[in-house]
Design a protein around this ligand. Structure first.
Ligand SMILES: *[C@@H]1O[C@H](CO)[C@@H](O)[C@H](O)[C@H]1NC(C)=O
Ligand SMILES: *[C@@H]1O[C@H](CO)[C@@H](O)[C@H](O)[C@H]1NC(C)=O
Length: 733
């Protein structure tokens, strides 16, 4: 080949390579077997504009959905809305102001357990409108000094601490990540602990330990100090160390002095579980051959998502709300408003909604287990435990990600990246439908697809994972959903088969694998729902469904059901235990806002599958978690009553719970009220929960009830084939 020919050849091969490369670049979304698809790839239908960032519409969403949010420079964040979380600048300012305060100047050892925005008074926030100057910014600080909890308010305009109180109630603040980590090394400074590990033949280098909140039981050792229990596992041969407990070895640690107080060691006869096949990672599982059960799947939005996120303000379809990450609650939804299709007016539904507290009691009263009665929000910080979401798998490809900016123990801000995702969900469900059957001679079929907006977070509180969703529907319904996955907390045992177990009741659970018992436990998730239906003054109405017997000769029927409305006057009227045989609907109404027909505008709380705590009310964990004594409560709005297990839930004694507040029996009729609802789960583990649990979920709904004049989504169009991003499976037509 001469030089010229060689050059031609080069150019040609390069062009071919380029074409191949471009083609390949446009193809990755297609499955290998493209004959299944009727899909014009070059018209771009299959190519999500989000993914390639070529949206033609102006779009406030800066991030491509399948990437992370890491390019966002939080250093330059400025607050735009009175409820916007503290910015990096503001966190740094708080630190500077505190460093000159007498409390911190004189002490070298203090911990900032919480630094968050002190939300302005509700009245001021409600009056604030876009374009108004921002309300004065304040920070609410909780600090721990020499075992005393301090609550301070820092004014970021005057650069001063404007209030300072020490706690009058029992308990301690949420632990910091540093504190949780710091206690884990303490057992290793103890010879007795080391000896016990050696005696069990466990390799010191392969130990993983957990900080376990110790609850409160009223014993002298618990007085005036913060305690934590440490239990350990072997991670030899698996990342799923939870399945290899070093059973019976519990170290009681003084959290502040970082000292071992005592060691309880009674499981020497229990063999270490082998942990075979417990690793759940894809990289390990695929070695045994993949189990491909379905073709690749994804929701495409060729015109981009239909929501807009401006700072912390989310606008989608007929909804608008403020969304922010919180170290304790996880997600806070504020000022959720829905548009009325008749008037186009944005109408208030919720002023503020969040997960207030969790309660997770294990049902094993023995030495190494009785204290496991977690309150995950108030002890560990539900938001602090919210791990970065995994794009494509935690949230679909069309998701937007939001970071949390939180303060570490010394007040320095840090990033909790990809903590929350927001996406539109289309599960193939139906929003409403009707078709006429042929006997009426009317040819009518009208169906509307259901698309919703989901706000999601996943908190991994050590072994357990909580998937927390707020889902907004166009018909005005809001669904709060809890999904439970992750790994069971298991107990080591000598048994390796049920035929060795004399009495199953005293296993406290289910034998899941050789030498492993999944212990029975409950989960309770309590929601704070400050409902503001068309304004703050609302009433709570129990619409009781009662059997009415007919009188003699009145009707061929003997009985029917009627609805009896009872407006709750005081808090006790709204302490509700659910019952199938005494059913009610639970409405929050605005008594001064009526529909055209005279019904009060309202929303109803619709419970889903749930469970009630059956523990003795005097059992110490139940006293601390007395907010689970009822499924529903209503309290008058009070800025200081937000955390159902108390502001200081760690080692609390139950003197600052929702039960205590509600027992004041204050008036709640036609007042600014807060609705509380608890989702509960009883969990008797089964073998399928091993080595990692398929998600179990439950939810409740807030559903319009005479809020709109009629079905609010009558005018929504159906799907038309020509509007859709194609990729239609040929064999489905
Ligand atoms: C316990 O073992 C660890 C790890 O081998 C070691 O670093 C530590 O010094 C030991 N503690 C005592 C008190 O001997
Ligand atoms: C508000 O809540 C705090 C804490 O429970 C309580 O001390 C105070 O009395 C409450 N105020 C009213 C008006 O109920």
């Amino acid at each position: 080949m001469d030089a010229r020919k060689f050059l031609q050849f080069l150019v040609l091969s390069f062009s071919v390579a380029l074409v191949l490369f471009i083609t390949w670049f446009h193809l990755p979304s297609l499955p290998n077997n493209d004959s299944l698809l009727d899909c014009n790839i070059f018209s771009g239908w299959c190519i999500s504009k989000n993914r390639f960032g070529s949206s033609t519409k102006p779009n406030l969403i800066k991030k491509t959905p399948s990437s992370t949010n890491n390019n966002h420079k939080h250093e330059y964040d400025v607050p735009h809305h009175p409820l916007d979380p503290l910015t990096i600048n503001e966190f740094n300012k708080v630190r500077t102001i505190l460093s000159t305060h007498s409390l911190f100047k004189s002490s070298s050892t203090y911990t900032l357990n919480s630094v968050v925005l002190e939300e302005p008074d509700k009245k001021l926030v409600l009056e604030w409108k876009k374009g108004d100057s921002l309300l004065p910014r304040k920070a609410s600080v909780i600090a721990c000094l020499k075992g005393v909890s301090h609550a301070l308010t820092v004014d970021l305009t005057t650069n001063q601490v404007i209030s300072h109180e020490t706690s009058l109630v029992s308990g301690y603040p949420v632990m910091t990540m540093d504190e949780m980590q710091g206690v884990l090394e303490v057992p290793f400074r103890n010879l007795e602990f080391n000896r016990s590990i050696a005696q069990r033949g466990v390799d010191m280098a392969e130990i993983a330990c957990l900080p376990i909140s110790s609850g409160w039981y009223g014993t002298p050792v618990e007085e005036n100090r913060r305690l934590i229990k440490v239990q350990c596992y072997s991670k030899k041969g698996t990342v799923n160390f939870y399945m290899k407990p070093i059973e019976g070895l519990t170290v009681l640690v003084d959290m502040d002095r970082k000292e071992v107080i005592s060691i309880s060691d009674n499981g020497l006869n229990i063999p270490m579980a082998k942990g075979i096949d417990t690793d759940y990672r894809y990289s390990i599982q695929k070695l045994n051959g993949e189990l491909r059960l379905f073709n690749p799947i994804s929701l495409e939005q060729p015109e981009g998502p239909s929501f807009k996120i401006d700072g912390n303000l989310v606008k989608w379809a007929n909804w608008e709300f403020h969304l922010k990450p919180d170290p304790r609650a996880g997600i806070i939804i504020s000022q959720a408003k829905v548009q009325d299709p008749e008037t186009s007016e944005l109408r208030n539904v919720i002023y503020k909604g969040f997960t207030s507290e969790l309660f997770v009691p294990y049902m094993d009263p023995t030495d190494g287990w009785y204290f496991k009665t977690y309150m995950d929000a108030g002890e560990y910080g539900f938001g602090l435990q919210a791990m970065p979401l995994d794009p494509l798998n935690d949230c679909p490809r069309n998701a937007y990600y939001m970071d949390g900016v939180f303060a570490s123990a010394d007040g320095t801000p840090y990033l909790q990246s990809n903590m929350i995702c927001v996406f539109e969900s289309y599960a193939g469900d139906i929003a409403w439908r009707h078709s006429e059957c042929p006997i009426t001679d009317l040819k009518v079929t009208e169906v509307r697809p259901k698309v919703t907006l989901v706000v999601r977070m996943a908190a991994a509180v050590a072994n357990y994972d909580y998937i927390m969703d707020w889902e907004f529907q166009t018909d005005g319904l809001i669904r709060a959903k809890v999904g439970l996955s992750g790994i069971l907390m298991v107990k080591g045992t000598t048994y390796d088969n049920m035929n060795q177990v004399p009495n199953q009741e005293y296993l406290y659970g289910t034998l899941l694998s050789e030498n492993i018992i999944g212990i029975i436990h409950d989960h309770y998730v309590t929601y704070y729902l400050d409902m503001d239906i068309d304004g703050s003054d609302n009433s709570f109405v129990k619409v009781n469904i009662k059997k009415q017997e007919t009188s003699e000769g009145e009707s061929p029927r003997k009985s029917y059901l009627k609805a009896v409305r009872n407006v709750a006057k005081t808090e006790r009227d709204a302490q509700i235990k659910l019952s199938l045989y005494d059913p009610s609907e639970f409405h929050v109404i605005n008594p001064s806002k009526k529909t055209r027909l005279g019904n009060p505008a309202g929303y109803k709380l619709v419970p889903g599958a749930t469970a009630a705590s059956l523990l003795d009310h005097e059992d110490p964990p139940q006293k601390r978690a007395a907010f689970t004594n009822n499924q529903i409560w209503v309290t008058p709005y009070n800025k200081s009553e937000q955390w159902a297990g108390g502001l200081f839930a760690y080692q609390s004694q139950g003197d600052d719970t929702l039960q205590v507040w509600s027992n004041r029996d204050r008036p709640i009729e036609n007042k600014d009220i807060v609705l509380w609802y608890t989702i509960g789960f009883h969990h008797i583990p089964s073998q399928e929960d091993y080595p990692i649990m398929p998600t179990v979920s439950s939810s409740f709904d807030l559903k319009p009830a005479n809020f709109f004049e009629r079905n609010p989504i009558l005018r929504v169009p159906p799907n038309f084939n020509e509007d859709l991003p194609v990729c239609k499976a040929r064999d489905s037509t």
